[in-house]
Design a protein around this ligand. Sequence first.
Ligand code: ATP
Ligand code: MG
Length: 315
Amino acid sequence: MAEPNAAIVTRGLAKRYGRQVALDGLDLRVPTATVYGFLGPNGAGKTTTLRILTGLVRPDSGSVELLGRPFGRGERRVLFRVGALIEAPSFYPFLSGRENLRALAAAGGPVPRGRVDEVLDLVSLRDRAGDRVSGYSMGMRQRLGIAAALLNDPALLLLDEPANGLDPAGIVGLRETLRALAAQGRTVLVSSHILSEVEQLADVVGIIARGRLVREGPVAGLLAREGEVRLRVAPDEVATAGAALERLLGAGSVRRADDRGGVWLVARCDPARAADLNRQLAGAGVFASRIEAGATLESLFLELTGSARDGLGGA
Ligand SMILES: Nc1ncnc2c1ncn2[C@@H]1O[C@H](COP(=O)(O)OP(=O)(O)OP(=O)(O)O)[C@@H](O)[C@H]1O
Ligand SMILES: [Mg+2]
């Protein structure tokens, strides 16, 4: 059963490499005409997922729909409408950037004349397009990889950490290009570690950890729902303050985070409750020296992927 308005649907994708589990029942739903940020810690399974979505690797079980059609062994035609850049792109080093793109264009689906120079322009590589790729910098190779992924004017673009090696101007340019593609009704999936960048770029994010989806949804909605309030307290007041906050919010809702300036208590709750929390602390005889409320993709990511510091523990 194909899902409408979804460019990618995966159901129960599983993949192991020997005893190493890469994907453990991954369910993704990437809405059409959005930029989807695909996030997860190192080894979470992002690249494996992209390899499966481009037919480079077969899953052990589970199913994939691409652009509204089941995608499997016998169904590769959809790949003519998919562009992808997965890990480091490989090119013929002795050919120029332009010649590499021409070779790719000749090998794939039909590409109109002039498209090679169009994509070289899009990634600001036109003035170096005649030089051999062996003399390209890392960022220039990455730009060429993005150009290659755009060559067939894909309805679905899959980019594995495309910002790798790009300078700030390159990152801004990439963001504009990807936003423009989504505005034209195309779908872009970008895996990334640069959370602040994804927060600006993506409409929807999917966060995975250990081969499973842990959260998926519109960025704004996720951040509003999964807010936190951070309160700076003196180290010797952590126990009293933590207990008071947990009486208000429930056990397990508060964790401790230390930084150079001292101790923060981080409470998971609606940021609008900051004043309540402050009052609760004062009631327990603790006065916070600073209060911050809100949520960032980074704090959500650390929380959901278990990369955050330990909870309150016995402190
Ligand atoms: N070819 C392979 N052989 C053996 N194990 C592999 C192979 N490819 C991936 N794995 C394992 O599968 C898991 C997922 O790897 P994957 O490359 O998909 O992660 P990732 O999310 O892309 O990580 P990163 O952020 O570091 O790029 C890891 O434990 C990895 O060691
Ligand atoms: Mg990877």
